[in-house]
Design a protein around this ligand. Structure first.
Ligand code: SAH
Ligand code: SF4
Ligand code: F3S
Length: 472
């Protein structure tokens, strides 16, 4: 389907449902403003989606609480990437099961990636019958309508509303209640076409679809105008941005256009699939005014045999060539990555190739995961002779090596001048917490008035994974 047909605007109908809900809440709660507890699991995409759910809940007349005992509505935005992500959400649902009887008016919403899995709705109906509304990742733009319908059935034991539409959409103009005042997320695309053999995301988030550049630029400009300083463009693989749009545009071109917007801000983006990271992309970063000199480039592992089994479509040679090209164009570039340890059949020798690769690249930090089989993905069918204990041993070895690398990279920063964003106060010391382009924390002594500004600091000392500096 052409991408412009996928655009679903949050329109007057949904705003109308918000008003109706507001009326119902007024009758039910009187002067008291009912509260929602929102818990988000998973990646930045989910954090961003939760900000949209909060925006809509705010329009309905709710306020928010961090205390789930105090809530009238509970919303769990779930993740399905690994078993432990699922267990966390299920554990919390178990908690609700215990309090449900004493709180018959509690309204429970389940949304996010877990709700898009095969047969999950049936399971929830049986195991967690107190859930009032299940809403898939493709239906967020209809949230007020679905909420309204489900809220009217709050006392019914059967016949609660369960929705999980499978049509890929591009939601636009949803109200957003952002968590931060300096940092913001902007989705540039949704879904994924890569089907890495271990990964559930393409099954729960649907096919790749990009937002129109004009919609992204408008949202981005309004963020800069409102004082946001650190804006992250989101997509499962931002490097394939633009495919299928009427206009011929790719991700580097989108970056060029955003970089032209006047103001004092940084652009970040994630995630970049290495197979689609091009010389053009590194060139745009190098020549930009606003793009952070940081790239998160998940390599996953250092063995070519395993990379092939993972369906990552690059080998270690290509990856290392891209990294050295990027470093030659952007000498102060910080690199970070994701690593999966214990992919089915990965031998200890192959794991050691990962250690060799991270020693060569010297990432400033890593997100490391033990492989978790996901039903329905090809890797879940592969023979997996190594047990959890062996995989845990390996991940600890990896973490130890990475700790050393991070520490040495921080040491090498001492004596350098860097531009950082002053973000807030470190509660223990009262120091100002700043962040480099590469996401490394720098603590300095300064007045709190500088929070929210970009400042130049001299790095005077280093800790394991953070830095101490002074204002220049
Ligand atoms: N789209 C991004 C990553 C999304 S998921 C990308 O391709 O880089 C974030 C990370 O979770 C992945 O990079 C991978 O390292 C990890 N991951 C995904 N599926 C996993 C699984 N089944 N088990 C363990 N880690 C997994
Ligand atoms: Fe998953 Fe691969 Fe898509 Fe990333 S690129 S979301 S790891 S399938
Ligand atoms: Fe999890 Fe969905 Fe993100 S599975 S990692 S929340 S896209």
């Amino acid at each position: 389907m052409p991408l412009d047909k996928l655009i679903c605007k949050y329109d007057m109908t949904q705003a109308g449902y918000c008003l109706k809900i507001k009326e119902i809440l007024k009758n039910k709660f009187g002067e008291k403003i009912p509260k929602v507890f929102v818990k988000t699991y998973g990646c930045q995409q989910n954090v961003s989606d939760s900000e949209k759910y909060k925006g809509m809940l705010f329009q309905m007349g709710f306020s928010f609480t961090d205390d789930q005992d105090d809530a009238d509505v509970i919303l769990f935005n779930t993740c399905a990437i690994r078993e432990n992500a699922e267990n966390k959400a299920l554990g919390n649902l178990g908690w609700i099961k215990n309090i449900e009887k004493s709180k018959p008016e509690l309204f429970v919403i389940l949304c996010g990636c877990m709700t898009e899995q095969e047969n999950i709705i049936e399971k929830i109906k049986i195991i967690y019958p107190f859930v009032n509304l299940v809403i898939g990742t493709h239906s967020a733009h209809k949230f007020p309508e679905l909420f309204y319908k489900a809220y009217q059935k709050i006392h019914e034991k059967n016949g609660r509303v369960f929705v999980s539409e499978k049509t890929d959409i591009v939601p636009e103009e949803l109200p957003i209640k952002r968590d931060g005042k300096l940092k913001a997320f902007v989705s540039v695309m949704y879904g994924c076409n890569n089907f890495c053999s271990y990964c559930i995301v393409p099954y729960v988030r649907g096919r790749e679809r990009s937002r129109r550049p004009e919609d992204i630029i408008e949202e981005f400009k309004s963020l800069v105008d409102s004082g946001y300083k650190d804006i992250t463009l989101l997509g499962q693989n931002v490097n394939s941005y633009g495919k299928g749009l009427d206009e011929n545009i790719n991700f580097p071109e989108l970056l060029r256009r955003l970089d032209k917007i006047e103001g004092d801000y940084k652009i970040r983006f994630m995630t970049s699939h290495p197979k689609d990271a091009t010389e053009e992309l590194f060139g745009v970063i190098a020549n930009s005014r606003h793009i952070a000199h940081h790239i998160h480039l998940p390599v996953q592992c250092g063995s070519d045999r395993i990379l092939k089994l993972m369906n990552r479509k690059y080998d270690t040679k290509t990856y290392l060539e891209k990294v050295s090209y990027a470093k030659s164009k952007i000498p102060d570039l910080t690199l970070t990555s994701d690593i999966i340890v214990g992919f089915p059949g990965e031998t200890y020798e192959e794991f050691k190739e990962t250690l060799e690769l991270i020693t060569k690249v010297r990432f400033s930090s890593l997100f490391t995961f033990i492989y978790s089989p996901r039903t329905g993905t090809p890797a879940a069918e592969m023979p997996d002779p190594f047990d959890k204990a062996e995989k845990t041993k390996r991940i600890l070895e990896l973490l130890k090596l990475q700790e050393e690398i991070s520490k040495n990279l921080c040491k090498e920063m001492v004596g350098k001048r860097v531009r950082v964003l002053a973000e807030g106060i470190e509660p223990k010391s009262g120091d100002i917490m700043c962040r480099t382009d590469g996401n490394i924390i720098v603590q300095i002594k300064a007045k709190k008035e500088i929070i929210g500004s970009f400042i130049d600091v001299l790095i005077t000392d280093s800790r394991n994974e953070s830095l101490i500096g002074k204002l220049i």
